[in-house]
Design a protein around this ligand. Structure first.
Ligand code: C2O
Ligand code: CU
Ligand code: CU
Length: 457
C-alpha cells in the first residue's frame, strides 16, 4: 500500500507555485473561478498572524488567508476541484471530512498520497455525492496543524432549492493560546490520557464571543461545525426564537425540536432551522452554561416564511441488517508502557488491542478488519473507557441504529459520539474500496493510539 513520492509527482512537474503577490502584500487567496459543472478553487495554506486576543498576534496557519479556513462550496453531484498549494514550513495534506470519495483523494499520508512538501502543490478532484455540511483539515501532525487553524468548512448544496432563504455558518474552535495570544502545547500526555488537551479560548468563526446579526422574524439555516481538536460542545440556545434540527453531520433527519442540550463532539456538525425573534431580541448560543456567542435579531425585509420541508436524503446505500455480518470494535485505555521519546507520542489508547503508531508509515498495511465490497456490516462499538470518543470513519457513511444508553432515531453520519462505557451499533454497506481510517476525532486520542485502518476489497 505504501507509495513512492515519484508515483505521486508524475504529471505534476512544471506546476508553478503561485500565490505571493508583488509589492509587499501577500495574496494568500487567488480567488475562485467557477467552471461549468464544477467548482474550482486554488487553496493556499500559509502562516498568517491573527488577532484572537485583542492587541496581540497569534502565529496561526491558514487556508485561503483565513483561520478557520476559506469556506468552500460545491453542488451535490458536481466535481470539486481544488488545487492545493503548500506555503507552510511543514509537509501537510488535505482530508475532506465526511465526503465519500476515492481513496486517492482522501488526504491520508502514505495511504492516499505522499505529504505535500513546502512549496509543492496537489490537485484534489472528486465528485461530492452528498449534500450537507462537511469540513477539511490536514492529516499530518494533526494536533499542531489543526490546532494552529488549518480547519475549514466545506458546504455541499442540495441540487434543488431547499426553501431556506438565509444561511449562516458557525465554525466552533477553542484555541490553545495564552493571554498574549501565544500558542500553548496542543497536546499534553496527561491530558491526552483523559479528555484530550483543551484549548482555552473559544471562538465562533475565529472571534471570541461574537455578536452575529440575523434577520428578525425569519428562518435561518444555521450550520454549526465543531472544528475543534478536543472539545465536545453541549450546545443550547437561550432566548426567544425556535430551533429545529434539519441535519446531523452530513445528513438530513426528520425535522425535530432541538431539545435542551445537543452534544456536538469534535468533527461533528448540526444544521438547524432557527426562527429568529423580533428585532432587538437576542439568543445566546451556549456550551452548557457558557456563552459562545450572541445571535441578534436585526430588522429585515421580506415576509416571514414557513418551516422548510425536510431536506432530501443523500444517496447512501441502505445496509441489509438481516444479513449483515457483525464486527466488534473495542475502544480501550491502556496507559503508557513503552518509553517515550521526544518525538514519539505515548501509546495510551487501543482499538481491538492495537494502537496506531503515527510515526509508522506501514500501519495501514495491517487493517484491523477486512470488509467484502458490497456486503453489509454491523459494527458493534464498545467504549471500555471513562471518556467519550467521537468515532469517525473515512470513505463511507454509516447508519447509527442502536445504543445501550439512549434512544436512537436511526440516521446516517460519518462521526458518532460514543459516550463513556456506551455500546452502540452502526451499520453500513462496504461500497467504497480502499483502506479507510477509522479513528477517534479527539486529535490527541487519535495521535496516541485511537486509530485503525479498515480495508474494503
Ligand atoms: Cu476529520 Cu481522519 O478525519
Ligand atoms: Cu475524515
Ligand atoms: Cu477519543
Amino acid at each position: 500500500m505504501s507509495v513512492t513520492r515519484r508515483q505521486f509527482l508524475t504529471g505534476l512537474s512544471g506546476l508553478a507555485v503561485v500565490g505571493l503577490g508583488v509589492g509587499g502584500a501577500t495574496r494568500y487567496w487567488l480567488g475562485r473561478n467557477e467552471a461549468p459543472g464544477g467548482h474550482d478553487y486554488e487553496l493556499i495554506a500559509a502562516p498568517l498572524d491573527v488577532e484572537l486576543v485583542p492587541g496581540h498576534q497569534t502565529p496561526a496557519w491558514a487556508y485561503g488567508g483565513a483561520a478557520p479556513g476559506l469556506e468552500l462550496r460545491a453542488r451535490q453531484g458536481d466535481w470539486l476541484r481544488v488545487k492545493f498549494i503548500n506555503h507552510l514550513p511543514v509537509p501537510t495534506t488535505v482530508h475532506w471530512h465526511g465526503i465519500r470519495l476515492p481513496l486517492e483523494m482522501d488526504g491520508v499520508p502514505y495511504v492516499s498520497q505522499l505529504p505535500v512538501l513546502p512549496g509543492e502543490s496537489f490537485d484534489y478532484r472528486f465528485r461530492v455525492p452528498d449534500a450537507g455540511s462537511y469540513w477539511y483539515h490536514p492529516h499530518v501532525t494533526s494536533s499542531e496543524q489543526l490546532g494552529r487553524g488549518l480547519v475549514g468548512p466545506l458546504i455541499v448544496e442540495e441540487r434543488e432549492p431547499t426553501g431556506f432563504v438565509h444561511e449562516r455558518i458557525l465554525s466552533l474552535k477553542n484555541w490553545h493560546v495564552d493571554e498574549e495570544g501565544g500558542f500553548l502545547p496542543f497536546s499534553i500526555p496527561r491530558e491526552a490520557a483523559r479528555n484530550g488537551t483543551l484549548g482555552r479560548l473559544s471562538t465562533i468563526n475565529g472571534k471570541p464571543n461574537p455578536t452575529l446579526d440575523l434577520p428578525a422574524g425569519q428562518i435561518v439555516r444555521v450550520r454549526l461545525l465543531n472544528l475543534d481538536n478536543t472539545a465536545t460542545y453541549r450546545l443550547n440556545l437561550k432566548g426567544q426564537g425556535e430551533a429545529r434540527i434539519y441535519a446531523l453531520d452530513g445528513n438530513p433527519v426528520t425535522p425535530r425540536a432541538m431539545g435542551p442540550d445537543y452534544w456536538l463532539g469534535p468533527g461533528m456538525r448540526i444544521c438547524l432551522a432557527l426562527r429568529m425573534p423580533a428585532a432587538g431580541e437576542e439568543i445566546a448560543l451556549r456550551d452548557g452554561p457558557v456563552r459562545l456567542g450572541t445571535l441578534r435579531a436585526v430588522p429585515s425585509e421580506g415576509s416571514a416564511t414557513d418551516w422548510p420541508a425536510p431536506l432530501p436524503p443523500n444517496p447512501i446505500a441502505e445496509p441489509d441488517l438481516a444479513n449483515a455480518e457483525k464486527l466488534n470494535f473495542n475502544f480501550e485505555w491502556v496507559g503508557s508502557t513503552a518509553d517515550e521519546g521526544v518525538d514519539t507520542p505515548p501509546s495510551l489508547w487501543q482499538i481491538n488491542g492495537v494502537a496506531w503508531d503515527i510515526n509508522d508509515k506501514t500501519c495501514a498495511d495491517r487493517p484491523i478488519a477486512r470488509l467484502q465490497r458490497g456486503k453489509s456490516y454491523i459494527f458493534e462499538l464498545k467504549n471500555m473507557t471513562q471518556y467519550q470518543h467521537p468515532v469517525h470513519l473515512h470513505g463511507m457513511s454509516f447508519k447509527v441504529i442502536a445504543s445501550n444508553r439512549r434512544k436512537i432515531i436511526p440516521y446516517f453520519t460519518d462521526t458518532f459520539l460514543l459516550g463513556r462505557n456506551e455500546r452502540a451499533q452502526v451499520a453500513l454497506v462496504a461500497d467504497n474500496p480502499g483502506t479507510w481510517m477509522f479513528h477517534c476525532h479527539v486529535i490527541d486520542h487519535m495521535e496516541t493510539g485511537l486509530m485503525a485502518a479498515i480495508e474494503v476489497a
